[in-house]
Design a binder for this molecule. Sequence first.
Ligand code: GAP
Length: 452
Amino acid sequence: MPTTDPQLMEKIVSLCKRRGFVFQASEIYGGIGNTYDYGPLGVELLRNVKNSWWQRTVTTRSDVVGLDSAIIQNPKTWETSGHVSGFTDPMVDCKKCKARFRADKLDDARCPERSSKKPTECGGELTEPRAFNLMFKTNIGAAESTSSVAYLRPETAQGIFLNFMNVLQSSRVKPPFGIAQIGKSFRNEITPGNFVFRTREFEQCEMEFFVPPAQNEQWYDYWRKERMQWYLDLGFDAGKLRMREHDKSELAHYSTGTTDIEYEYPFGWGELEGIACRTDFDLKRHSEASGVDLRYFDPETKERYFPFVIEPAGGVNRIALTAMIDGYVEEQVEGETRALLRFHPEIAPITVGVFPLVKKEGMPEKALEIEAELRRARLSTYYDQSAAIGRRYRRQDEIGTPFCVTVDGDTLKDDVVTVRHRDSMQQERVKVGELRAYLLASIGAWKRPPLG
Ligand code: GAP
């Protein structure tokens, strides 16, 4: 049985709105079904998640290069990839209240008319399941006709396959190597929900790793471990992460094997990322349909072959949401509840809060000077001089700021500030001249503190 905690989810949703992580999209017009905008803190969190993923997957490796392909591709792309015919979910309608549900997710569904009720509990009968294609259709150009139909991409992966030969010919890469991409994808989900967990517009971070067919298993194993390790290095709770192998009936049309990295959310276990063996399915199909030979020619063996593909595919919004859920802690401090987000400092929206102890005696000026210096050193900062110092610390704790720097009366004499750590609340005196190096070392040394 999954352990569910609706209260935690409510707290996260409320924190997101109150502190400017996530807002309902088109809110002043009453919103638009399960669509969200990211506020000043949310956009920093997303950007940091993407940077961390890119650093790990591309920048620090010599065998992966990047790509940014178009969202709207030639519609033949999606016919060939199997998405026009096969990218469907089974859908049922309630004959009474007309609500629409995913037939394979009825257990998780709620009647939209009465959210406490499950489908059919309104007394309605469900239709037989029908296949519903999840791709958003649009039209290119001024005239709408069948020949102008195009699709918003439902995955970023296909743009990578279409550019396989371009990358091979323009970059010095050869299998085994990967092409990585981060970008928006769109799916007309029948039942979006659980806040930003499942939405119709979302961002993916995907990488197609092209390998000689004989090395398929070895790299599948490698990427499963490597992707799990990234979440552990970000400080996610190992006890809430697991790998789950898909059984045959669940596999996507292109996959011979898929492992999901799952997280135990407040609403139960759910997919955080999938690692799939796509074999040579996509390159072969695009080769056949386009007439362009997409085989790799190995100059050593003189062999021409379609590489097999291992694909780690994650969702940026889902990773950011998971970081919030995983990092959210409430603890009792001096008779008060302290709420904090224990983000890895690398992904925290703000790295350093800078405060004068009081709003006088030259302390604000000195604090602003230090803040400007840290900003110049590319650290993300927040200056705050309002309210008691304890309140200011709490406000930063709640949005996950790992360090706060306080300027007091002594600072003006000895150029030493207090650095206060979010997780331990410990304070240290650090020379202003050594502050940047101290903070960078603390970011590098950060470890998830033990629970409790
Ligand atoms: N190219 C393979 C692929 O797209 P997927 O499992 O359908 O695989 C990969 O998607 C990841 O994208 C998921 O693990 C999830 O994190 C994210 N994702 C998928 N659908 C989503 C949605 N509707 N809302 C938010 N994130 C989604």
